[in-house]
Design a protein around this ligand. Structure first.
Ligand code: BMP
Length: 275
């Protein structure tokens, strides 16, 4: 088996500006941790991000759950992204026809494309969802992730659906930078970034928790070691494992969990590349 490239080496080789930027931040901060900040009030959202920012390569948002949203939130988020050196990933999960997703991505209240370095889409409509989103995002240097698998019990994104997602990404690798998935998907030919092929898709993985196996609504958790070392994924996505109960942000606890997950993710990666 050829040696696995480091994040930094992959950053140098990558053609996509969004993937390159993410790999560079990961290397610079020695963090493959993406924190998912799913809280509903602006003040809590910004507070959590300011606390976890130093430990994260990427902050994942669901901007449509913020009750008191106004455009100043975006400016504040961007300021924090500069202050703490992380990228922004709006987890929008687009799933419509090309024309509609282009409008949802560029317009409306949130104008996602104008501030989110990375976003994602369900492959269910077929390749036109990528061309629709690319018409907006590519000129801005943005990157797209396809949901090839999900972390939930009973997910339908398996087998030939997952394979087709990979095929769609390959046909549009000028905009698709990787996948939301649970594993490297080597059975569909995704190489472990050995530097011998031009192709280098990132695998970002939600459903990560150190203290819990799941929630009461179908979520399933695996550990950073299972995800990064055993399954060959690149980035761990952690939400409630870090921010805990959103109605009462305990700054000290949030900080120590962020530090803990960052260390666990990085140690799993170091084991992987030293194999
Ligand atoms: P938590 O770690 O609190 O379970 O949050 C996981 C986050 O990742 C949520 O924002 C969810 O929307 C997202 N997510 C997921 O859990 N599973 C998937 O397959 C895809 C996701 O985007």
């Amino acid at each position: 088996k050829p040696a696995i490239l480091s994040y930094g080496e992959r950053a140098r080789l990558h053609k996509s500006p969004a993937a390159k930027a993410l790999l560079e931040v990961i290397e610079r901060k020695k963090s493959n941790l993406c924190v998912s900040v799913d809280v509903t009030k602006q003040a809590d959202f910004l507070k959590v991000i300011d606390v976890v920012g130093p430990y994260a390569c990427l902050i994942k948002t669901h901007v449509d759950i913020i009750e008191d949203f106004d455009p100043s939130l975006i400016k504040n988020l961007q300021d924090l992204s500069v202050k703490h050196d992380f990228l922004i990933f709006e987890d929008r999960k687009f799933a419509d026809i090309g024309n509609t997703v282009a409008l949802q991505y560029s317009s409306g209240v949130h104008k996602i494309a104008s501030w989110s370095h990375i976003t994602n889409a369900h492959p269910v409509p077929g390749p036109s969802i990528i061309t629709g989103l690319a018409s907006v995002g590519k000129p801005l240097g943005r990157g797209l992730l396809l949901l090839a698998e999900m972390s939930t019990k009973g997910s339908l994104a398996t087998g030939s659906y997952t394979e087709e997602a990979v095929r769609m990404a390959r046909a549009h690798d000028d905009f698709v930078i990787g996948f939301i998935a649970q594993r490297r998907m080597e059975d569909v030919g995704l190489l472990e970034n050995a530097g011998e092929s031009e192709e280098d898709f990132l695998i970002l993985t939600p459903g990560v928790g150190l203290d819990s196996k799941g929630d009461s609504m179908g979520q399933q958790y695996r550990t950073p070691e299972q995800v990064v070392l055993e399954s060959g994924c690149d980035v761990i996505i952690v939400g409630r494992g870090i921010y805990g109960k959103s109605d009462n942000v305990d700054v000290q606890a949030v900080q120590s969990q962020a530090e803990r997950y960052r260390t666990a993710g990085w140690e799993a990666y170091q084991k992987r590349i030293s194999h």
